[in-house]
Ligand binder design. Structure first.
Ligand SMILES: [Zn+2]
Length: 498
């Protein structure tokens, strides 16, 4: 591949100790299936090769401390422990599945020349809560499953991955394999459920019986340790009820790189990593384009699913393949292709352009005034998301009860950014979300199918407390190189574009 000689200058500058407080690691491909990760105190060159449909990784060269050498999944477990270890230095952090996560990222045809990830402490964009990097706390989302077809194992001492969610739902619903499925290497994958299935089914938590209905609650950006703490404290009775009869991965669910919203919503719904799904991040620059794609803008958000890559199947589409006449609901979910009811389709088709008034919002924290205007705005969004799903369960769109319900709730992310995952706003957001989950559980009970339904509580990525004293950027250093470049999405560096 043609490499701009200036790329070395960017990599050298960004991995220099002068920026070591801000930059955790720089990542770039060196050639097909070969990658380099560098930080101020060392580097690794690693390669991947295909064997039996899976990738095998090999360290070709290590200098100093391997910045991705520690890939443990059990670092910083427990809310109090995480608080006591905030702003972890790179030498104490861990990077679960780092080689796999980095390699899939650069499979995207519009991946940047260089990916710069932030240190745990780096405070950017004015937010106390941060995510996007490979470090454990930013990557770790919660995963709780309960109900029909799910074993009652309590908290199990291991992790899963966000890319495993769709294959696990498919197995839970007893769906047929996709006869044309391909796996992580692009080779055929007999028995896989999704057309492009990078992830694996978590068979160990399933009983083997099929659930007639599955309801997924995606608590965007919810810190896994915080969720567990709120449940343990008795402040989330509905999720406690689910945990009482279900299974939670105690080390969480590890997001794929970048540990960001659009990337991992799509990964959760397709079983394909961001580098393969067509939706690499919230922002990127297409080859030859001068303006970035922006899927968090009002214009981009509602049509995000149009970016799905060819050969990628959503879990909603997989349900239809196995259950003719199925009814799937996706409320406030970006990746809604194949959903029969979609909140975003209402917006796209011009049938909805307002949100409920604040006065009509149920389960709004009594302390909302102290959490900022966005807490109230996103509470209106989440109330609408819940209301849309309740309408589906109450027969407003036909007699068939939803086969798969996917309810995305955004308040946990907004409050986590604003107050940090250890702040009162983030905690209140989990409580409010739990009450909204409770409304849906009641609707499923009223419909008479509670015992034939399974419930998942997941997130797309984690949330980490940043250090507000560490708020400078690397912009002036990069500008000093005098080379045209664009940075989008907080660390995607494209050379020759400005
Ligand atoms: Zn998110």
């Amino acid at each position: 591949m043609p490499v701009d000689p200036a790329l070395d200058d960017f990599e050298n500058l960004l991995s220099d100790s002068a920026l070591g407080e801000l930059v955790e690691v720089t990542l770039r491909p060196l050639g097909p299936n070969t990658y380099r990760a560098r930080s101020e105190d060392g580097w690794v060159v690693f390669s991947r090769s295909a064997a039996d449909g899976a990738w095998v990784f090999e360290e070709l060269e290590v200098g100093g401390r391997n910045p991705l050498g520690d890939q443990a999944t059990d670092r910083f477990l427990g809310h109090a422990h995480e608080r006591s270890m905030r702003f972890p230095h790179r030498s104490t952090n861990a990077y679960p599945h780092a080689y796999d996560s980095v390699a899939q990222f650069f499979d995207a045809r519009y991946a940047p020349d260089l990916l710069v990830t932030h240190t745990a402490a780096h405070f950017t964009g004015g937010y106390l809560g941060q995510h996007g990097s490979l470090g454990t706390v930013q990557a770790r989302a919660p995963f709780l499953a309960s109900g029909a077809g799910v074993r009652q194992l309590g908290v199990v001492d291991r992790a899963t991955r966000v890319v495993n969610i769709a294959p696990t739902i498919a197995a839970l619903m007893g769906l047929d394999p996709n006869p044309a499925a391909t796996g992580p290497t692009g080779a055929p994958r007999p028995g896989a459920f999704l057309a492009r299935q990078d992830g694996d089914t978590e068979w160990d938590i399933l009983t083997g019986e099929s659930a007639g209905h599955v309801v997924v609650f995606l608590l965007d950006g919810c810190n896994a340790n915080l969720l567990n703490d709120v449940i343990d404290a008795g402040e989330a009775p509905n999720m406690a009820r689910l945990l009482g009869t279900g299974t939670m991965f105690g080390r969480g669910s590890i997001a794929s790189l970048p540990t960001a919203t659009l990337a991992n919503h799509t990964t959760a719904i397709t079983g394909a990593h961001p580098g393969h799904s067509g939706i690499l991040h919230n922002n990127w620059i297409e080859p030859g384009a001068t303006e970035p794609v922006d899927l968090l803008s009002l214009g981009g958000m509602f049509t995000a699913s149009q970016h799905l890559a060819a050969g990628v199947e959503t879990i909603f589409e997989a349900v239809h393949r196995s259950r003719p006449g199925a009814f799937n609901a996706a409320t406030f979910e970006y990746c809604d292709r194949g959903a029969d009811f979609s909140s975003f389709e209402l917006v796209r088709s011009g049938r909805q352009d307002t949100l409920p008034d604040l006065d009509s919002v149920d389960h709004l924290s009594a302390e909302h005034a102290s959490f900022g205007d966005l807490y109230r705005f996103i509470s209106r969004v989440d109330h609408q998301s819940t209301t849309h799903l309740l309408e589906c369960w109450n027969g407003a769109h036909g007699d068939r009860l939803p086969d798969l319900s996917w309810c995305s709730l955004a308040l946990t992310d907004e409050a986590g950014h604003h107050s940090g995952p250890h702040g009162e706003g983030a905690r209140a957001a989990v409580r409010d979300s739990d009450a909204r989950i409770g409304d849906v559980l009641e609707a499923v009970e009223r419909a008479g199918v509670f015992d034939d339904s399974a419930f998942l509580v997941i997130a797309d990525h984690g949330m980490e407390q940043a250090d507000p004293d560490l708020d400078r950027t690397w912009d002036s250093e990069l500008a000093s190189l005098g080379v045209p470049y664009s940075e989008v999405g907080g660390g995607f560096i494209y050379l020759g574009v400005d």
